[in-house]
Design a protein around this ligand. Structure first.
Ligand code: ZN
Length: 234
């Protein structure tokens, strides 16, 4: 399985606590979590030519993981179109935390993807589909002592499945882990992962990311997106 972790890599250059939390940046840290005998992990950032999202790279990627926040608009539209095409032809997409406002996630949803937010809250996550492959080995409930609050209403297209629900100590709730299918591609959004917190150190969160990559991996990728005239067979 070939996983590409994309991170805008902006906060890492401006806020030392981000690389203290996540040595190598969020992309580097998650890459080290996911790499295994079965999983080949690469990373790409805004600093790379064409954002590191060339046809050559995407055609050789099973699952793309996306973390963004301050630089959504710096990703050119033609690159978003290209990523979208690869999702429709089978590539999996995992959208993390503030990438809810990324161009690709908004395009997939066709909505604003707006939500309520507030820095620094305690979150309790509930696994509400324990039999889902992304929930395998994940506790029924676990707490993140410091996470950014994301609250409903979350303006997304109705998910195919809602696997995790988040509750925050301000009283808010949030659909923290949801899936969609677009064309041949599987998509998972997962809410924790604010840059100045340490959610990706949490064992349940790590398990969810590993499971999500496995779930989103296509049986077949680069499926042609055609609309052919067909002669009758019989
Ligand atoms: Zn955040």
């Amino acid at each position: 399985m070939k996983v590409l972790i994309w991170n805008e890599n902006i906060h890492e250059k401006e806020m030392p606590e981000v690389t203290q939390n996540y040595p190598g940046g969020i992309h580097g840290y998650i890459a080290s979590l996911l790499a295994s005998d079965d999983v080949e992990v690469r990373t790409a950032t805004l600093d790379d030519e064409e954002c590191g999202l060339t046809d050559e790279v995407l055609s050789d990627t099973d699952v793309l993981m996306w973390w963004g926040h301050a630089g959504h608009d710096l990703v050119p539209d033609d690159i978003v179109e290209r990523v979208h095409k690869y999702i429709l032809s089978g590539m999996g997409l995992i959208v993390l935390h503030s990438a809810h406002h990324s161009k690709i996630f908004r395009k997939i949803n066709g909505t604003t993807c707006n939500l309520k937010w507030r820095d620094t809250a305690r979150e309790r996550i509930w696994t509400i589909k324990p039999n889902h492959p992304i929930a395998e080995g994940v506790d029924e409930t676990f707490a993140l002592d410091c996470e950014e609050m994301y609250g409903e209403p979350f303006d997304i297209a109705e998910p195919m499945e809602t696997i995790f629900m988040g509750w925050f100590d301000g009283g808010e709730v949030f659909r923290s882990g949801c899936t969609w299918i677009r064309g041949n591609g599987k998509i998972f959004y997962f809410q924790p992962g604010h840059e100045t917190n340490t959610a990706y150190h949490n064992e349940n969160v790590q398990r969810i990311l590993k499971n999500a990559v496995k779930w989103a991996c296509p049986i077949k990728k680069n499926i042609p997106l055609e609309c052919p005239f067909a002669e009758p067979l019989e």
